[in-house]
Ligand binder design. Structure first.
Ligand code: URA
Length: 237
């Protein structure tokens, strides 16, 4: 592990802003291997040195991963001049972690959205090459039919001629269904169902791979993912 500045180490963990940390460190509240260190620029090795703040050990992880239950009405972006973004829902500590959304849910789609600062991870989740399954719950105008199920299985051709991969449509009765995709074209679920004459009225993402949305989070709620959760993202349902 390369050496890094003590204030950066602490800022990366969302402890406080770099500016606040400079004061905290100068006040002698931070120790490295049990000894108080008062210079923010002190170089430390996160694999070797034990850093504590007010006596509490701060363990280091370069990359952070969260799930959020995205509400409708919020845009999937890191910033927007006019509209509320998913990052606006996070605590100040989390907003310091350079997180970004993994892929995109439309403004009017709710449900499971991952946030991370790990670009490789995001690429593996989004890229069709890795075929990570995404499951959605949808309500539509009309009733999905067996013919729609077959059309999804054979690969829907969108109205603009774009061909989709074979996908799964599960009828739940009445106007309700679930859709499972392994790719993520723009507005894909809405466009696939619209091409069957079933415009979407409600759309919610339920899972990514074997990782299910934690329904206890509530709208706008979020939690950090552990190693077990991360393995699930790349496991079949
Ligand atoms: N498909 C859509 O149409 N919208 C989403 O937000 C996600 C998948």
């Amino acid at each position: 592990m390369a050496l890094m500045r003590l204030d950066k180490f602490l800022a990366d963990q969302g402890v406080a802003s770099r500016k606040e940390l400079r004061n905290i460190i100068r006040q002698g509240r931070v120790s490295v291997d049990g000894k108080a260190v008062t210079k923010p620029e002190t170089k430390i090795d996160s694999d070797v040195n034990r850093v504590s703040l007010d006596g509490d050990i701060i363990s280091y992880s370069k990359y952070r991963y969260f799930m959020i239950d995205k509400p409708c009405g919020v845009v999937t972006a890191t910033e927007d001049k006019k509209q509320k973004t998913v990052l606006d829902l996070l605590s100040p500590e989390m907003r310091r972690m350079d997180l970004f959304p993994v892929g995109r849910l439309d403004k009017d789609t709710s449900g499971l959205l991952l946030l991370t600062n790990d670009g490789d991870f995001a690429h593996r989740v989004i890229s069709p090459k890795f075929s990570v399954q995404k499951r959605y719950y949808a309500e539509v105008e009309g009733e999905p039919t067996e013919a729609d199920e077959k059309a999804f299985k054979n690969g829907i051709e969108l109205r603009d001629g774009l061909k989709c991969r074979p996908a799964e449509l599960v009828r739940l009765g009445g106007n309700r269904c679930e859709v499972v995709l392994t790719e993520g074209k723009y507005h894909q679920v809405r466009r696939m169902l619209a091409s069957c004459g079933k415009p979407v009225t409600v759309l919610r993402r339920l899972s990514i791979g074997a990782l299910k949305l934690d329904e206890n989070l509530g709208e706008g709620g979020y939690r950090e993912l552990d190693e077990n959760d991360l393995c699930k993202v790349f496991s079949p349902e």
